[in-house]
Design a protein around this ligand. Structure first.
Ligand SMILES: *Cc1c(COP(=O)(O)O)cnc(C)c1O
Length: 455
């Protein structure tokens, strides 16, 4: 399999180069040059790891099969169940539990694999990287757990000091591996992002210190997420699948779109948003225009520009890179795109979308709990809300986080806290390792320099 950029400026990359490139050098996103077709019967009875292997090898031909199997095995051995992503049936819905990894959120499925892949590839190439990123909570902890203790990698993660949830802060700062640096910045998440962006823009600094990112646009993350759509389809035993997906960056749901294009019988992808509804407006009205980000109960979906959207735009434009580039340039200029007529119909053939406000989210958690005894987290609740609105039978709802990560929202909804998994309650007694820094690019740069010169 070869890879290219959605904007056409890069092509014929093998998987490893595509993986290391992350964002394409022409500003586009990496996509496979063809979409492979699968034979469902060959996949039906496989366990998670073997299924992952069969799907990965369609997209990866520059890593020996044995090594690939080892990487997969290592990645999912950190999950608390061999099933990796179990499916449970509750009333008329299936819940695809994606939160059995070390940080209790679905990003582990991709980032556990990414960490091992990074280490493997860097060793082969005899080089190293220093990962730099900013987080408002979930992505940071999943990245830290993906990369902690890995050779040839350090990770520097900025978070806004005292402005992430208690569980998220503990998850990040109790990691004691020497290659992990938690930087608590005296500022907001936007300040953290601005610092990271500014450092990446200093190309000299970036090169000198081998800086790299692990953001949600890396193709390897999408690839890892395709697997559980297949897994859930087989486990649920449905004939034609409806998936409901709580969405922020269009990453998770794009993996579902790829699964469909590979031949998985998906009738509809139900796209669930919270009040940050750019994707809801896109699917229903063809209106892809940014609004102001508002705070909700599902912070990992508080996003108004979906970083993976360009990948879908590429397929919506029939793989026309020139058109994609025009549209993305227009979007950069005007912060909006409009889709009408047949193009919008084409979107609605694959997707439908619902928006869950705060009240909808709380009411869904409550109602679902009363009817089934099962507690869903506020992100999953948006998906369950959308599935119920859509009204199909046997919808598979992606559950993206464990409810114990959002205890206050659960308390608001049902008047009780969710049970804490032991791994979360144990965090409170662990040592913390973090550095509080001012809201300053220079301070962060100096910190990085100091730590790297020492080692
Ligand atoms: C990141 C995240 C999402 C959104 O996923 P995207 O790939 O950005 O669409 C939903 N729920 C949780 C808990 C997340 O951490």
């Amino acid at each position: 399999m070869k890879y290219k950029s959605t904007r056409g400026g890069v092509s014929d990359l093998n998987f490893t180069d595509a993986f290391l490139m992350g964002l394409a050098t022409d500003g586009g996103l990496i996509v496979p040059q063809t979409i492979p077709n699968v034979d469902l019967d060959n996949l039906r009875d496989l366990d998670y790891n073997n299924l992952a292997f069969e799907i990965f090898r369609l997209f990866i031909d520059d890593i020996p099969y044995n090594d690939l199997r080892t990487l997969i095995g290592k990645s999912y051995s950190t999950f608390d169940t061999q099933e990796v992503t179990p499916v449970v049936k509750k009333n008329g819905l299936f819940i695809l539990e994606l939160f059995h990894g070390p940080t209790f959120a679905f990003k582990d499925v991709a980032l556990q694999f990414l960490g091992n892949l990074f280490e493997y590839v860097l060793k082969k190439r005899n080089t190293y990287v220093n990962v730099l990123g900013a987080t408002s909570g979930d992505t940071g902890s999943a990245a830290i757990y993906g990369l902690k203790g890995k050779e040839n990698i350090n990770i520097f993660i900025l978070h806004p000091h005292n402005k992430v949830s208690k569980v998220q802060e503990l998850q990040m700062t109790t990691v004691e591996d020497v290659n992990v640096y938690n930087l608590a910045i005296e500022g907001t998440f936007d300040d953290c992002q601005a610092i990271v962006k500014s450092i990446f823009n200093d190309l000299k600094f970036k090169e000198k210190y081998h800086l790299a990112a692990v953001n949600s646009i890396n193709w390897a993350r999408i690839l890892a997420q395709i697997v559980y759509y297949f897994y859930a389809y087989f486990k649920s035993g449905v004939d034609k699948a409806y998936f409901s997906v709580p969405t922020g960056n269009f990453g998770d749901i794009f993996a579902g779109y790829m699964a469909k294009r590979m031949g998985l019988p998906i009738e509809k992808l139900i796209l669930a948003t919270n009040s940050n509804d750019i994707l809801y407006r896109f699917v229903n009205y063809g209106d892809y225009s940014t609004g102001k980000v508002v705070k909700t109960l599902s912070p990992s979906m508080d996003i108004q520009v979906a970083s993976n959207f360009e990948r879908y735009l590429y397929y919506l434009s029939d793989e026309n890179s020139i058109r994609v580039k025009e549209l993305m340039d227009e979007f950069t200029r005007t912060k909006k795109l409009k889709f009408e007529g047949d193009l919008l119909k084409k979107v609605q053939l694959d997707f439908e979308s619902y928006r869950a406000g705060v009240e909808d989210t709380l009411a869904t958690i409550k109602r679902f709990y009363e009817e089934t005894g099962y507690i869903v987290d506020p992100h999953t609740a948006a998906g369950v809300f959308a599935a119920i609105k859509a009204g199909y039978r046997d919808v598979i709802c992606l559950s993206t986080a464990h409810p114990a990560k959002f205890p206050d929202a659960i308390m608001d909804a049902i008047g009780a806290y969710p049970e804490k998994p032991r791994a979360i309650s144990e965090l409170e007694d662990k040592n913390k390792r973090m550095w509080v820094l001012g809201n300053s690019v220079d301070e962060v740069k100096k910190f990085i320099e100091k730590k790297l010169q020492k080692g």
